[in-house]
Design a binder for this molecule. Sequence first.
Ligand code: BGC
Length: 373
Amino acid sequence: MKAIAVFPKSRDVQLIDADLPSIASPTQVRLEMLDVGVCGTDREICAFQYGTPPEGSDHLIIGHESLGRVVEVGADVKSVSPGDLVVPMVRRPCPHAHCTACRCDRQDFCFTGDFQERGIGGAHGFMTEFVVEEERYLNPVPEALRDVAILVEPLTIAQKALIQIWQLQERLPWGCPHRPGKNHGHCRRALVLGAGPVGLLGAMALRARDFETIVYAREEAPNEKSRVVEAIGATYASSKDVPPDQIAARFGAIDVVYEAAGASRLAFDSMQALGANSIFVFTGVPGRKEPVAVDTDLLMRNLVLRNQVILGTVNAGRDAFEAAIRDVAEFGRRWPEALRSLVSGRHAPEEYRELLLGRPTGIKHVIRFARTD
Ligand code: BGC
């Protein structure tokens, strides 16, 4: 079967002919992969900045954003049947008894770092035609979401952030007064850094909760991303028009920053926009570049005097996957065109070079593997 793999030793990316996987235990499920998303992490793996093959293998089959259809189930599988759509989770637990996170299915909070991530580190991923997976890592998806469910995994990042934002902000009187027809973020202002898929999906999640939402990115409007931002009732601002130190003056103090740009300079500069009792959530993984100067006195004064929180978050648990599946359906009801426009193109596996090594274009590109769908 076709699979897209990196060979770190020879620094090569190839479309390979991999062995068809088969079910080896009664709790396993065989999936035909329908859509596999291409993201920044995949591009970094293909540039050999990130990613590790499984032990004993000279290559790693990449791909972690995926949608599959169940084609075969082991004898003990109960929650899914052949024909069902599923989105697999990415991370697998570490083996250590003392890792309380992994021992209670919260490997997204693994203490040891010895976890595996399918398509990223230590385990083959989903950019291939068939995959075998344990039932417990699969999330069933309604058939109606067939065309957009590839957005579930990148949306889990925002869902895990939102779950934690509510938990952390519960320590203070942060909740909005009840307003009929309005969701619980209606009295808060959010700033999203970056207008890539993670940023735009995060903006949709914030808008769905009625946060006033500003998406802040480099490119000047109008562009395809600013059009999505406007369609969901958010505001697009370019850093070329509004420098980071002007954000609060232009839009008012920010309650939540959802960082989805991976640019540390921009992120730290925009911290000045944070108001009292605010929270800043980092999701990006920047490449290591030259150190940059940060006004640490100002930062620390504000953190203390304004009760601010800075949070880093990675990966996602089942709760975030389930919330993402519900939200993708909700986005489809509210903004069908904008949601569909996030998928810029569906491509044959043979186009992998342009997609993974070429200049990034559009929003979310998807590789179609399905033979039957
Ligand atoms: C994936 C996460 C993963 C992270 C770090 C992201 O692209 O969506 O599942 O934990 O990379 O490897």
